[in-house]
Design a protein around this ligand. Structure first.
Ligand code: IMP
Length: 429
């Protein structure tokens, strides 16, 4: 089975949308395996712009979309998104969207707790999307989550709500936030049941059939390795495993079912939310990267922090994320800069590190060690072959390959789907 998994290799927003869309056109099935509606990407197809948070990108391309059990699903967000894309003329229904029956749900009490906690953290806030992602994963691990399949069992729902509310209302009260009524939640869930249950199934079985019939599956990651709950810049991370290994558990396939792993990285670095960012630029160059790269969060609308390419960080993401091929995006944003820097390591309290240590205080103290490269004045925007790139741009890309210890599989040179330099076919197996 020639499958492909796509994950972010930095702190998210690497331009996965375009790459996933490009790959989705070559796949039969597109699967989301972690995260929730904290993700966001924009797909431009003809004269329509689709803003997707939860729907697997494949549905826009007429492919089967699957939401795996590793996702946390907000029913209102899902139904809202379906209504929006339907209004744009897209046909989305149980025939082309399947949701794992064991997917945990995000209920209104999750964003309420997320926001109340962030407020209580004050200046130490994580900068979450406020969508209840963390609290929903906590409930899953604590074995009190309401899952999609529970909507078919009113009695199970009622019992589970008692346990859930005991926990959440206690916390919400302690944080000075409004509490929730059981009957109101129960009524809401029972009303949602007939709308959601037609999408529900054992998706692992469908994926197993797909494997036997040689269908191509694309696993679409959200967020990125440096936001992984284990391997990222903890605690400034999201609450799921974003590494490719989780595509197996989050969809219900074995580790060999994932196929080729592509890591997406921007030709520079950005981050939304709080947390360490060694190569962050608070000067005019940082501002310029933000302006030229249109660096505003898709979900939050907040300006993204910008900085030089951190090869040390991406190398780490390549290793822990299982990345076999690199997709480098937004090279054109660097056009016109005469000098470029790449971070090759960190200096922390006088000691040199070739990786970002796990401890929070050490991460905050990490000072980048830079290598300087010559930039280019010509435009690389829209290039579709290496021959169209200036020699210094090729040198920059080759140096990145060496430092991160991964070959470039795809190079993206503009938001347009076809402005891509394909080095090798990820679906070749
Ligand atoms: P949460 O996922 O809403 O809990 O947010 C935790 C951290 O992950 C925050 O720093 C968010 O800004 C970040 N985050 C969550 N989703 C995305 C994404 O899709 N792109 C970039 N950052 C994200």
């Amino acid at each position: 089975m020639a499958n492909v998994a796509v994950i972010g290799a930095q702190w998210g927003d690497e331009g996965k949308g375009k790459v996933v869309d490009w790959l989705a056109s070559r796949a039969d099935i597109v699967v989301r395996f972690q995260g929730g509606h904290n993700a966001g990407h924009t797909l431009v197809v003809g004269n329509q712009t689709y803003k997707l948070s939860l729907l697997p990108s494949g549905v826009v391309r007429g492919k089967l979309g699957i939401i795996g059990n590793g996702v946390v699903l907000d029913p209102d967000a899902l139904l809202g998104e379906i209504a929006k894309v339907r209004a744009q003329g897209l046909d989305v229904g149980p025939h082309n969207l399947r949701i794992a029956e064991n997917t945990p749900l995000i209920l209104p009490l999750h964003p309420a707790l997320d926001k109340a906690r962030e407020e209580a953290r004050g200046e130490h806030k994580i900068g979450t999307t406020g969508r209840g992602i963390g609290p929903a994963y906590e409930d899953k691990v604590a074995r009190r989550a309401i899952r999609l399949c529970d909507l078919a069992e009113p009695e199970t729902l009622s019992t589970k709500l008692d346990e859930l509310l005991l926990h959440h209302n206690t916390l919400l009260k302690g944080l000075g936030a409004a509490t929730f009524e059981k009957q109101e939640l129960l009524d809401k869930l029972l009303a949602l049941a007939p709308q959601l249950l037609p999408f529900s199934e054992a998706v692992w079985e469908r994926l197993d059939e797909a494997r036997h019939s040689g269908k191509r599956v694309l696993f679409e990651g959200a967020q990125a390795v440096m936001l992984d709950v284990d391997h990222g810049t903890y605690p400034f991370v999201t609450s799921s495993n974003t590494v490719a290994g989780n595509a197996a558990a989050g969809a219900g396939v074995g580790p060999h079912g994932i196929g080729m792993v592509l890591g997406i990285a921007k030709a520079y670095t950005t981050r939304v939310g709080s947390g360490p960012f060694p190569t962050e630029l608070k000067d005019d160059i940082g501002k310029r990267l933000g302006e030229v790269g249109h660096e505003f969060g898709t979900v939050t609308g907040r300006p993204r922090r910008c900085g030089w390419f951190d090869a040390c960080l991406v190398r780490q993401a390549v290793k822990v994320g299982g990345v076999q091929g690199l997709v480098l995006t937004k090279l054109d944003v660097l056009d016109g800069l005469t000098e470029l820097k790449i971070c090759t390591g960190y200096e922390i309290d006088g000691e040199v590190f070739k990786r970002l240590p796990a401890a929070a205080a050490a991460q905050a103290k990490a000072r980048p060690i830079y290598e300087t490269l010559e930039g280019w004045t010509q435009s690389t925007r829209g290039a579709r072959s290496w021959a169209q790139l200036p020699a210094t741009a090729i040198k920059y890309v080759k140096r990145i390959e060496e430092l991160v210890e991964a070959q470039v599989t795809l190079l993206s040179t503009s938001p347009e789907r076809d402005d891509t330099i394909l080095v090798s076919d990820p679906f070749a197996g």
